[in-house]
Design a protein around this ligand. Structure first.
Ligand SMILES: Nc1ncnc2c1ncn2[C@@H]1O[C@H](COP(=O)(O)OP(=O)(O)OP(=O)(O)O)[C@@H](O)[C@H]1O
Length: 288
């Protein structure tokens, strides 16, 4: 589904959680939604999912307003950090409700996922662990195959193998059934390989919206002997550096044209990629 957000404002009393945000998302891509704590990610997603009415501005999904529009909201799924579950009933009840709600529900896929995440239908939601609840939320989000599917820190409590399984399944299922997926997560290096585009928000506004590859190409690690590394990176935006004996590695932000790359090679320097997390720290202003 296409998403068009225009001049969106969401205000909670004195706080402008979303503050005049505009954004266009294309159909059938995986978007990473990144931002510091309190930057407005969950607030934005809750408006996209029509859980909240915007204070001002509009959200159009495939051209239609989303708020109080059941025809559109049935095709949108937001899985929040607490999962999409309430504390009553069993896993079976949650799946039954999800199937009733989701026109694209795939029951066989849900059954496979239950096994994969070691959940049983008889489990009582109330007594499930945090990671098991998250897994249930993820199953509801994946098997629902909503044309607009959003995961807001949905992995909370899941251990590393479960998160890896979630990301693998998500990618494989997305390839087989393309849909628009938005993932908000602080585990940037874990999830960033999934992203086709990245949206970074800060103080309720978009500060970066770019293809993941383009964004990553802006961060370069320059490695070599200390003196030539210092000479080459002088005047550039240096995000950080590390020294090990006579070798130095400097993370820089910016673009290097062919001439500069030849210059680096001639000076015996190696150029390599840096992690999206390091770029994120730089683009959102480092520590506050
Ligand atoms: N229900 C609420 N009532 C009042 N203020 C709220 C409410 N929910 C969020 N806020 C405020 O709105 C701002 C944005 O919060 P939001 O939860 O959208 O950020 P976030 O980017 O999802 O943060 P995090 O990464 O910490 O989950 C914050 O200043 C927060 O304190």
């Amino acid at each position: 589904m296409r998403v068009e957000v225009r001049d969106l404002v969401l205000r909670y009393e004195d706080t402008f959680a979303v503050d005049g945000l505009s954004l266009s998302l294309a159909e059938n891509k995986i978007y990473g939604l990144l931002g510091r704590n309190g930057s407005g990610k969950s607030s934005l997603l809750s408006v996209l999912a029509a859980f909240r009415r915007p204070t001002a501005g509009e959200v159009l999904i495939d051209g239609a307003p989303v708020f109080e529009n059941a025809a559109v909201t049935r095709r949108i799924s937001l899985i929040r950090d607490v999962g999409e579950t309430v504390d009553v009933g069993t896993v079976e009840d949650v799946l039954f409700f999800a199937e009733w709600l989701r026109p694209h529900w795939d029951a066989a896929f849900a059954a496979t996922l239950l096994e994969q995440f070691s959940l049983t239908r008889k489990m009582s939601v109330k007594t499930m662990s945090k990671g098991q609840r998250s897994a249930l939320g993820v199953i509801v989000g994946l098997a629902g195959r909503a044309p607009l599917t959003m995961f807001d820190e949905s992995h909370l409590g899941m251990d590393v193998p479960s998160r890896a399984a979630f990301h693998d399944v998500l990618l494989a299922d997305y390839m087989a059934h393309p849909r628009t997926i938005i993932m908000a997560s602080h585990l940037i290096d874990e999830v960033s390989p999934l992203f086709e585009e990245v949206v970074i928000i800060d103080h309720g506004q978009v500060v970066v919206h770019e293809e993941a590859e383009t964004l990553l190409s802006r961060g370069i690690a320059v490695t070599g002997a200390t003196a030539p590394v210092d000479a080459f990176t002088a005047g550039m935006t240096v995000l950080g550096s590390r020294e090990l004996g006579p070798t130095k590695s400097c993370m820089v932000y910016g673009e290097l044209d062919e001439a500069r790359r030849r210059e680096a090679a001639a000076a015996g320097l190696q150029l390599g990629p840096i992690a999206m997390q390091d770029l994120f720290v730089h683009l959102t202003g480092g520590s506050r």
